[in-house]
Design a protein around this ligand. Structure first.
Ligand SMILES: [Fe+2]
Length: 273
C-alpha cells in the first residue's frame, strides 16, 4: 500500500505504509553528552539531541538576537533557493592535535555546485570566532563527532538560515561528512525533517521505502547524521490560518575534505594553526 505525500517540490513521492509515523531510534533523554552522540552515530548513523545535552541550554536566545535580524547580517542572494530564504555563513578551519581542538576562520566561504545550483556562490559572512558564543557552539558541535571519525585537519561550515516557506527542494545529500541541524526558533507547523536510507531515493526523488527518521524539530533540538548514509530534507513550513510561518535554523557541516581543503592554498599552512 502506498500514499502520496508532498515533500515541498513538484514531483510526487510515494511511500510504503506504514511509514508516515515519526521514527525515533531512541529517547534522547535517556543519555546525554558526547558519549550518547558517539554511540548512536556509530549504531544508527544519526542522533537527535537537545541543546542542554550539548551544553548549549543558554545559547539560543542570545544568538538569535545577535544574528537573526533583518539588517545586513542575513540576506537573500540572487539565484539562491528557496526564493525567500535569508542566510549568512561562516567556515572554520579546525585541527585536532593531542585531543585539543584548534580553530581559526577559513580563508573563504564560497560554495560551488551545491544544492543543484551550478557555479560558485558567495553569501553574507559572519565571523563566529570573533564571538565567544560562536566559538562555544563550534567547539560543542565538533566534540560530538566520534573520536575515531574525526579528521585531523578539516573545515566546518555554519549556515544561518531564516526560512518562511519551503525549507528544502527535495531529498538530497550535502556531500559532507556529517550534517548538524539546530533549530533555534519556529513559528507555524510543518517543516518535518526526514532521513531516508540513501539507496531508497532515486536522483529524481522517487522513494521506495519509508523514512528511517521523520520528526518536526522544535526549538532547542539538534539532529546530527552521517551524510552519505541518508538523503535528507524537510517538508514545507505551514502557517496557521491568517498567521505567518518562519523557521530559524543553524545547518552545520563537518565538511568533506574535497569541499575546501583539497583545493586550498591554505594547505601550505597545515602545521601553523
Ligand atoms: Fe541539506
Amino acid at each position: 500500500m502506498t500514499c502520496q505525500i508532498s515533500l515541498g517540490y513538484t514531483m510526487p513521492v510515494y511511500l510504503c505504509l506504514p511509514s508516515c509515523e515519526p521514527l525515533l531510534s531512541d529517547d534522547p533523554g535517556d543519555a546525554s553528552g558526547p558519549d550518547h552522540a558517539w554511540a548512536q552515530l556509530e549504531r544508527d548513523g544519526y542522533v537527535l539531541m537537545y541543546e542542554r545535552e550539548v551544553g548549549l541550554e543558554d545559547f539560543r536566545h542570545k544568538f538569535l538576537q545577535k544574528y537573526f535580524n533583518d539588517d545586513a547580517i542575513m540576506r537573500h542572494d540572487p539565484g539562491d533557493r528557496p526564493k525567500d530564504r535569508r542566510r549568512a555563513r561562516d567556515v572554520i578551519r579546525y585541527q585536532w592535535r593531542d585531543g585539543d581542538l584548534h580553530l581559526r576562520e577559513f580563508e573563504k566561504i564560497t560554495i560551488t555546485d551545491r544544492a543543484d545550483i551550478p557555479g560558485p556562490r558567495e553569501h553574507a559572512r559572519v565571523m563566529l570566532l570573533d564571538d565567544p558564543e560562536g566559538e562555544r557552539l563550534i567547539r560543542r558541535f565538533l566534540e560530538l563527532v566520534p573520536p575515531e571519525r574525526r579528521q585531523r585537519d578539516g573545515t566546518f561550515g555554519v549556515n544561518l538560515f531564516r526560512t518562511f516557506t519551503d525549507v528544502v527542494s527535495k531529498p538530497h545529500h550535502d556531500r559532507e561528512q556529517f550534517v548538524m541541524l539546530y533549530v533555534l526558533d519556529r513559528i507555524g507547523g510543518g517543516a518535518e525533517s526526514y532521513l531516508y536510507n540513501a539507496g531508497d531515493v532515486t536522483d529524481d526523488g522517487l522513494v521506495s521505502a519509508g523514512p528511517v527518521f521523520k520528526h518536526q524539530l522544535s526549538p532547542g533540538e539538534i539532529l546530527i547524521f552521517q551524510d552519505d548514509l541518508f538523503k535528507h530534507g524537510a517538508s514545507p513550513l505551514e502557517a496557521s490560518p491568517g498567521g505567518t510561518a518562519r523557521r530559524d535554523v543553524l545547518v552545520c557541516t563537518v565538511d568533506d575534505s574535497r569541499t575546501y581543503l583539497a583545493s586550498s592554498e591554505d594547505l601550505a599552512t597545515l602545521t601553523t594553526i
